[in-house]
Design a protein around this ligand. Structure first.
Ligand SMILES: NC(=O)c1ccc[n+]([C@@H]2O[C@H](COP(=O)([O-])OP(=O)(O)OC[C@H]3O[C@@H](n4cnc5c(N)ncnc54)[C@H](OP(=O)(O)O)[C@@H]3O)[C@@H](O)[C@H]2O)c1
Length: 292
């Protein structure tokens, strides 16, 4: 019998990492090794090398990232270390150990000035520091390893961790009305679906390096997303559309970050669920978690 292939996963305490952990039970043919931020702190190249030597992985999925978009404006050094330099170190190690490197990036590498979905090859131009740090990570992933796969995703939510869906449900339980921005357009991503797409790539046995886009399908605004959540959970809270200028944040957000998903569909044959259907599944999971 051939030995099970080893998949290392960093950031397993986060949304995507948690979903991959759940999904791993349906892939018994692989040996998964999950690391949280203490067990595999990003940025320490020597430490990372030691882990590669110990585990000899065939695949490495980097779910760890500095994801605090607003805080990144004032913690630039840490954001750049985790999202930029550390990714370069991992890419180098993956090249050296012949490990398939899958790294996750963001729609925030684009400037938002488009009226049609962003294609993978379109020029990047981040409007905030988080986006710049993630772009640096992409650049180093390919500069240090021409076999890297980078998957850009957007508006990630899950039953795990902190996210828009969970925040809206909480606010809708506390307030009679809320204002949600209606001039930022994008596509939500259920982290469980992204985890599934990643495993489909690995399990396809085909490795086509490059940049891919993955989100759920359909383009909406945050207001539309919140209104759908209110309707689905039958909340009486009134959701009002507001402008981004009425909700100032330290980091600027792109006004249009919908991504073209056709490359991942055509190269890997991945079927992409609609955002409404994905939201239903997450809400059901949240309900189940509450009653269990
Ligand atoms: N969330 C979104 O809306 C969104 C949108 C576009 C792209 N993305 C990208 O998608 C990927 C997954 O995001 P996510 O939503 O799953 O993020 P998340 O829930 O914030 O999880 C990120 C994980 O990274 C870990 N981490 C942070 N700093 C670290 C460090 N220095 N060393 C090791 N681990 C560290 C965190 O651990 P601690 O909690 O212990 O700090 C956390 O478990 C990321 O690459 C992110 O940039 C996310």
């Amino acid at each position: 019998m051939s030995k099970a292939k080893t998949i290392l996963v960093t950031g397993c305490g986060g949304q995507l990492g948690s979903e991959l952990r759940i999904l791993s039970s349906t892939y018994p043919q692989y040996r998964f090794v999950f690391f949280n931020s203490q067990e595999f702190p990003l940025g320490d190249a020597q430490f990372a090398r030691q882990k590669f030597e110990e585990q000899q992985p065939q695949y490495f999925i980097n779910c760890a990232a500095y994801t605090a978009v607003d805080k990144a404006e004032s913690e630039k050094e840490q954001a750049m270390l985790v999202n930029g330099e550390a990714v370069g170190q991992l890419a180098t190690l993956c090249s050296e150990f012949n490990t398939g490197f899958i790294h996750i990036s963001t729609d925030y590498v684009f400037n938002g000035e488009s009226q049609s979905p962003w294609k993978t090859e379109q020029p990047t131009d981040p409007v905030n520091f988080y986006g710049s740090s993630k772009l640096r990570g992409e650049e180093l992933a390919f500069a240090n390893n021409d076999r890297s796969i980078v998957i850009r995703t957007s508006w990630v939510y899950s039953s795990f961790g902190k996210n828009f869906v969970k925040t809206m449900i909480r606010l809708m339980g506390e307030k009679e009305s809320i204002g949600v921005v209606n001039d930022q357009h994008g596509s939500p991503t259920y982290a469980a679906d992204l985890a599934s797409a990643i495993m489909q790539i690995i399990d396809s046995g085909k490795w086509q390096a490059g940049t891919y886009h993955y989100s759920n399908s359909g383009a909406i605004t945050w207001f539309e997303f919140a209104a759908a959540i209110a309707k689905k959970i039958k909340s009486n809270c009134v959701v009002n559309p507001i402008l981004s200028s009425q909700f100032p944040t330290p980091a600027k957000r792109p006004s249009y970050s919908v991504m073209d998903l056709s490359k991942i569909e055509s190269v890997y044959g991945i079927a992409i669920p609609r955002w409404e259907e994905a939201l239903d599944r997450c809400l059901l999971k949240l309900q189940e978690d509450q009653t269990s």
